[in-house]
Design a protein around this ligand. Structure first.
Ligand code: AP5
Length: 238
């Protein structure tokens, strides 16, 4: 994996090294946060921290946190802030976060955003986040969610309509049968969208108001979205 430093060209043509720092990927269910986090991780060598993935790993592992979260997630609602903030605080202690990381699916409530802002301000002495919000229309989101499949081993993400594997229902990389998330039904998607509109859309406005925020059109091919997200981060890190 690449070293966690990225190159940026300044207005006068010089190339400077930039530390990626914390990057927030915001957006509704299915906009491509996980897909884009993996693109950035491969390009810049910083980890993806997906609260959804950590919660699902807890469910699979039968932990107390997993037991408390399963029914909430299957209804399309949010796990309580206190549990999620504690989980993120633990993850941010890991040494691989030193030069930056991508927060995917966190913060998702104003309570989580305020917790994160004060946690990072205390750690860095100033708020170092840059936030990129990905935008995709409702009909496309529904197709992305109901068509999503993922590899339980290597975590690659596919879509039976939009990004199908070479062989039906098998991972291109390791041949493992693909799985479908229990919350990826149309009914639960509708509830996740209601939750997003009422609780997470205000978080987008919170970071828009702080500046160091850009919006990207997510209805383009994956590599075009990735290029737009990374260009936005470089501008915001200026
Ligand atoms: P989480 O796992 O975070 O789900 P989400 O936010 O609903 O987002 P998704 O993972 O569904 O979508 P994504 O934007 O990552 O899209 P992806 O890249 O996979 O959360 C699940 C649940 O956990 C929550 O409902 C909640 O209960 C709980 N939770 C998590 N975090 C929490 C928190 N902070 N607080 C409280 N509770 C929390 O792409 C989707 C599909 O589209 C894929 O099939 C992909 O192949 C396809 N695709 C992606 N990009 C493109 C493209 N450009 N063109 C064509 N297809 C594309």
């Amino acid at each position: 994996m690449a070293v966690a430093m990225i190159e940026k060209r300044t207005k006068d043509g010089k190339v400077v090294q930039v530390i990626p720092g914390p990057i927030l990927l915001l957006g509704a269910p299915g906009v491509g946060k996980g897909t884009q986090a993996k693109e950035i991780m491969a390009a810049w060598g910083i980890p993806q921290i997906s609260t959804g993935d950590i919660l699902r790993a807890n469910i699979a592992g039968g932990t107390e946190l997993g037991k408390k979260s399963k029914a909430i997630m299957d209804r399309g609602e949010l796990v309580p802030d206190g549990l999620v903030n504690e989980m993120v605080a633990d993850r941010l202690q890991q040494p691989d976060t030193a030069n930056g990381y991508i927060l995917d699916g966190f913060p998702r409530t104003l309570g989580q955003a305020k917790w994160l802002d004060s946690y990072l301000s205390a750690q860095y002495g100033a708020l170092p986040v840059v936030a990129v919000s990905i935008k995709v229309g409702y009909t496309q989101l529904l197709r992305r969610i109901t068509g999503r499949r993922s590899c339980p081993v290597c975590k690659s993400i596919y879509n039976i309509y939009l990004q199908p594997p070479k062989v039906d229902e098998l991972c291109d990389l390791d041949g493992t049968p693909l799985t479908r998330r229990s919350d990826d039904t149309e009914e639960v998607f509708e509830e996740r969208m209601r939750t997003y509109d009422s609780q997470t859309a205000p978080v987008v406005e919170h970071y828009r108001g702080l500046g160091r925020f850009e919006e990207v059109d997510g209805e383009q091919p994956v590599d075009a979205v990735a290029a737009a997200v990374m260009a936005a981060v470089l501008r915001l890190r200026g």
